[in-house]
Design a protein around this ligand. Sequence first.
Ligand code: GLN
Length: 542
Amino acid sequence: MTKYIFCTGGVVSSLGKGVAAASIGRILKSRGLTVTVQKLDPYLNVDPGTMSPYEHGEVFVLEDGAETDLDLGAYERFIDENLSRLSNLTSGQVYQEVINRERRGDYLGKTIQVIPHVTNQIKATINRVARETQADVVIVEVGGTVGDIEGLPFLEALRQMRKDVGRENTLYIHVTLLPHLATTNELKTKPTQHSVRELRGIGIQPDMIMCRADLPVTDDLRDKIALFCDVDRQAVIPLETAETIYEVPLVLEQYGVADFICERMDIDCRPPNLSEWADMVAHIKKVKPYSVKVGVVGKYVELEDAYISVYEALNHAATHQDCDLEIEWISSEDLERMRHIERLAGLDGVVVPGGFGERGIEGKIVTAKYCRVNHVPYLGLCLGMQVMVIELARDTFESDAPNSTEFNPATHFPVIDLMPDQRDIADLGGTMRLGSYPCHLAPGSVAAQAYGVDLVHERHRHRFEFNNEYREQLGRAGLVLSGLSPDGRLVEIAEIKGHPFMLGSQFHPEFKSRPTRPHPLFAAFIKAAGDRARAKMNGTGE
Ligand code: GLN
């Protein structure tokens, strides 16, 4: 029998509910259970793929090409399982399916209502995840905060789940905030009480309350919350802001969260083995011999969530390389206006991440040039690879014309372009290359050395490709096409010959980096940046 854990949030959003859900998954997995995590998002978009990163942060891409909420990135990094399209359900998807079925006549003339038709559709998707993954435990997180109007159908569906599958197979965890008032220097429980009351009004009595706080949560406070909210004392879990998010599973284990869950739901499992995880956390926290300064040049740099997987992947690699990491977020638009160009000078390495649209593109090209000429390690992710190619072409053809047809459809040097067979369907909108594709690595290349194998699978999310018409000319100019699709038609990785590390991938390696297993390309990049940092320290650098 599948066990279901439902995570709701109260008081404020951005509490780290996703990290809490992911951490619960990790501690249960460490007991030998199979787990999966699903996110229910109450907004009406069908998926976040069409939303601006300013609205929603990064779009996380799964193996199957689903464009999902960034919390799925946290789930995959913590539980280290690949999730699927079904793992992120939005109101938009639910309504789309219900309306399609209504149009097809599937409801046999009935009046279609939120209860039961919308709630049934939500429950059907939760059950499908359980069936298809065959996980022992399905953890379901509801986006937003209890009290949001749009979240009600989801909460109602979760309420019904307990009736459907039984009390012993369901557990409700409510994540709240204990705000801190500087004037009295204390944590307040009242908002938590109100939010639990709101949840009970919907018919859900939480079994466990996790309290986010910036100060230690005393036993008195735990007693008070237990009393007012009617939960067991040991089920009030303090979640103080941790030094690193990867510490959260260890904190939960320490508070006996997994023991409580297993006892409540009668789950039989072995004792936890979190030793590899604990070693990783200890390694993150330990003092490192030197520090590496990496610039991320993008157009959404004001909002770190827009590049959260890049941030995580850089950190995984730095820990692995045993160095501290300092990230400078640099606006490509500033560089375009030749502002702050001097900021590039102090960097040990530069990442140009993915992006869409023309804004800031010239600033990224300036960055690629700077890195190529000054031998600064450069990692280009998707658009960052395209930019690297454009820059080299401009230098090779001694012209400003080379470009991607995304930015200048009439360019005489379309070095980045749609594939011929894509052009005819471009207007239909379904032309994005999404999800996992195989890539063959050229023996002896920087990429092949980094990966240590000759075939890899990586996740894509883009429309434009390297234009094969330019393979020869750019090859002569020093571009090594070190990763190709198995049929040889698509350029997946390019690198600059004779440079300490200048490599771009058409895919997004950041999606597959894990805290205990940094991505090989990020690891190789940080190693090159580290070499530069140490050479500077020893006075032998450029
Ligand atoms: N805009 C580029 C394309 O569509 C790159 C996309 C990306 O960086 N994810 O090909």
